[in-house]
Design a protein around this ligand. Structure first.
Ligand code: 5GP
Ligand code: MG
Length: 191
């Protein structure tokens, strides 16, 4: 059953920012934009896990180009001060990306640090091109300049969960994106 305002999709959410229906519709448009940008080229997709898993899985099914898929894992720097806060690569690519057209996918573009670091790493391996795609963009939060080539939705500066995005590794499986109820934003047993 589609989510509506009168039937909250998840009891732990205070607000649904992006509904399941809106995500599905936007994925079609993003898929068309990406296919148009690449023509008949093969795309080497690099997903930043865990957050981009659900988005990547659904988006790739909207694109008919030949696709190779790889993942990288980046350390979380949340809770650290910004001076210590350089994201680190925890798991590197397994595919060779030299001379390939790379599409880097993440769940959300926030300060811009994660994507800047990963784009720099990818460029060192001499790909033919690098483009980036994010489901969500919090434009107001940028600390380093970064513009994604493909953006699903611009959202306000609120901490969101669902559709791949977690709070303490929970809520990634929600089919929509929303804001947690305030009383659930710091449960000590989840530390
Ligand atoms: P950036 O490096 O651009 O600051 O942040 C990107 C990463 O921070 C994302 O991949 C995501 O893991 C995390 N992040 C940023 N904002 C949010 C948010 O609102 N909710 C969740 N769950 N993660 C976020
Ligand atoms: Mg992430």
């Amino acid at each position: 059953m589609p989510a509506t305002k009168s039937s909250p999709i998840h009891a732990d959410l205070e607000t649904v920012l992006v509904s399941e229906t809106a995500i599905k519709k936007r994925l079609k448009g993003l898929g068309q934009d990406i296919a148009a940008a690449y023509g008949d080229q093969e795309i080497t997709v690099v997903a930043i896990i865990n957050g981009a898993i659900l988005f990547t899985a659904d988006l790739l099914r909207q694109i008919n180009n030949p696709i190779r898929l790889d993942c990288v894992r980046i350390s979380s720097y949340r809770g650290e001060t910004s001076s210590q806060g350089k994201p680190k690569l925890m798991h590197n690519l397994t595919l060779d990306i030299a001379n390939r057209h790379v599409l880097l996918i993440d769940d959300i573009l926030d300060t811009g640090k994660t994507l800047s670091v990963v784009v720099d790493l990818i460029k060192k391996q001499n790909p033919a091109s690098v483009r980036t795609c994010v489901l969500l963009d919090k434009k107001g939060r940028r600390e380093v300049e970064f513009t994604a080539d493909f953006v699903g939705f611009e959202i306000p500066d609120r901490f969101v969960v669902g559709y791949g995005l977690d709070f303490a590794e929970r809520y990634r499986n929600l089919p929509c994106i929303g804001i947690l109820k305030p009383e659930l934003q710091n449960p000590p047993e989840w530390a």
